[in-house]
Design a protein around this ligand. Structure first.
Ligand SMILES: [Zn+2]
Length: 161
């Protein structure tokens, strides 16, 4: 974990790990702290990582240093598989940048990840018209590049959108 991320087969050292300074510079406008540092470090290498309890296996999100299930302080960042379902969503019609008005509403959702009931990651939904979104829609992790060039996790409908 400190020298390089392993891939799914555990071969390791596939991607250099950004330094703490790299993470703080890349996410200069985000409140990065000790509880979410590994999450943001992983985003820089295209991985979605969430803390998981080492003692009972409970996934912990929003980012916290303490397991809410067994009160263990032993938690470690783990990569999630990226499968999930839309638990709830909203359609954002107003752009934050007045110079780049939205041409269609942006779908924002709480994605219930397959790893655990109630583990809901807040994310954009892409590859899907707003009116086509529905509760329980199966989605899969993908990545989207914002106007500032940063890549962020997003979710897209599984199969034909
Ligand atoms: Zn626990």
């Amino acid at each position: 974990m400190r020298d390089g991320y392993s891939d799914a087969e555990g071969r390791g050292m596939t991607t250099p790990v950004p330094s703490n300074d790299d993470v703080f510079a890349h996410f200069h406008d985000v409140h990065v702290d000790r509880d979410n540092l590994e999450h943001y470090r992983a985003l820089m290498t295209g991985r979605l990582v969430i803390n998981r309890c080492d003692d009972c296996g409970h996934w912990i999100y929003p980012h916290r240093p303490l397991c809410p299930a067994c009160l263990s302080w032993s938690v470690s960042p783990r990569e999630v598989g990226g499968e999930g379902r839309v638990y709830m969503y909203t359609l954002l019609h107003q752009s934050r940048d007045p110079n780049k008005p939205l041409t269609e509403p942006m779908g924002l959702a709480a994605i219930e990840l397959a790893e655990q009931a109630g583990l809901r990651y807040l994310s954009r939904v892409v590859g899907c018209a707003g009116e086509a979104l529905f509760h329980g829609m199966p989605v899969r992790l993908t990545w989207t590049t914002e106007a500032d060039g940063r890549r962020w996790p997003a979710f897209a409908p599984v199969g034909e959108g």
